[in-house]
Design a protein around this ligand. Sequence first.
Ligand SMILES: NC(=O)c1ccc[n+]([C@@H]2O[C@H](COP(=O)([O-])OP(=O)(O)OC[C@H]3O[C@@H](n4cnc5c(N)ncnc54)[C@H](OP(=O)(O)O)[C@@H]3O)[C@@H](O)[C@H]2O)c1
Length: 306
Amino acid sequence: MGTEQKWTAADVPAQHGRTAVVTGASSGLGLETAAALARSGAHVVLAVRDPDRGAAAAARITAEVPTAELTVQPLDLSSLASVRDAAKELHDRCDRVDLLINNAGVMWTDEIRTVDGHELQFATNHLGHFALTGRLLDLLQEAPEARVVTVSSYLHRLGRIDLDDLDAERRYSRYRAYAQSKLANLMFALELQRRLQESGSSVRSVAAHPGLAGTGLGRDFPAALRLAGPVFAPLFLQSAYDGMLPTLRAATDPGVRGGEFYGPQGRTETRGAPGLVRAGRAARDAGTRRRLWEASEQLTDVLYPL
Ligand SMILES: NC(=O)c1ccc[n+]([C@@H]2O[C@H](COP(=O)([O-])OP(=O)(O)OC[C@H]3O[C@@H](n4cnc5c(N)ncnc54)[C@H](OP(=O)(O)O)[C@@H]3O)[C@@H](O)[C@H]2O)c1
């Protein structure tokens, strides 16, 4: 595609016969991604923590796409037992998974420990997706051209992987914990691609970020930020639909290669048409990527055959 031509959802090839699992599909970017994939003919599994919200999301998609093939799959990424159960149910339901979209996330939450004792943002955004992908790897390997798309953030550039305190037990900052989790998302996507390639797998791992998009992600922000949001947000934000396009492109553009990172092409990557973007310096540190992978295997008890 020429550089002058903007990639849009109209460029998505037909997805009939393919199964896509989208985490956090009950709202925001996940709902937009699920809807776009359903429009293209994919069977979409809406992997959601609240089945009622999942059913409402499915109803919204069906209202627009009456032929949509949708399944609501309960999944709480902050609980490793829930991830294990969801993966088991997906094995019962699906012969293969063509697309896994690791999208769900929380941002800037209060200091909260999960049922497994992990810091909530690291657990939900990174560990849950690490465990889910590992548990679905055999279903992905069954598909001829499977992809895993992991949603990071431009804020990964502010992140630092604290291998001595991944769960922020010594000192908690909501901002640092989010940035670390989004750096972990990007490092996971890159390290997964390296391991897939080395093992000769045809599965591709790609990363994406939405820029700044108007979604429900601010629900855990401190009160002052929540109050200021409606005043300033329209100046900076793109729509959830536009914010989802880098993910959609990473998932469906035939030209995408493993290890690539897609985001908005605007000058500050906050908005714009989806295209290739550069990973920050920390994400390119291969040694830390490997150590984060090993720590994630230990913390989740999910060992990849890669
Ligand atoms: N919006 C942006 O500007 C922006 C920028 C950079 C990166 N991102 C990333 O984009 C992704 C999607 O966020 P969004 O903006 O669409 O926010 P959102 O509207 O708040 O959507 C987040 C989704 O994640 C789900 N979720 C939260 N905790 C979960 C858990 N424990 N288990 C399963 N699902 C869970 C939420 O479910 P409920 O509906 O039940 O709450 C919701 O569906 C996140 O990874 C975020 O970090 C967003």
